[in-house]
Ligand binder design. Sequence first.
Ligand SMILES: [Ca+2]
Length: 219
Amino acid sequence: MKPTLLSLIFAAGLVAGSAQAAGLIDPQTYSMYDGPDGGYADQSYTGSRDRFGWLSGGEGELTDGIKGMHVDSPDDWIPYVLWDGYPESRQVITFDLGANYTVNEIQASFLYYPGPAVYIPASANIRFSADGVNYGSSMLRTLSAAEQNPVGAGPASYNLLPSVGSGRYVEVTLTRANRWIALSEVEFYGTAAPVPEPETWALMLAGLGLVGFATRRRA
Ligand SMILES: [Ca+2]
């Protein structure tokens, strides 16, 4: 009876694992080129910033939970990181989620404000990696004309992930439609997807072997 009970417990564990609801993932760090100095830059970034404006090893405005603000005066740019479309036409942000996850959704909070030439990106390219070196194929998300031109100026949030992905590192490449883009937050929703290490597999197989051995002995 013992092996049956063990397999029941094992099966219950699998069911419990798969039933876990997708929740908000807390990224550990992100790296990217900062916005221009002043109110356009990432004001609260905790990592290092080199002389070219490359941010690494920390996090800041894009993961602080502050999003969806309207802008009424130039001071209000502060919760946003802004990048000018010229001369760079793409902005690459790489997030380290801290562990492997199955990611269902990437919500990015932008500002649409055509008066001062702040627009929604035309598209996003998403790539996942388990080790931060080798990335899977690009997942392209093209934003529709309606998404790029919301009714009235103000904050606009879109899911940039066209289909489910998995990994620890997520590279988000934003392609501009026009001049500036303003980004206040990037949120990842998903479930922990632990990839068993070879040692874990060896232990599990050894455990199954022991169960089989015990069953045979009893028979
Ligand atoms: Ca924020």
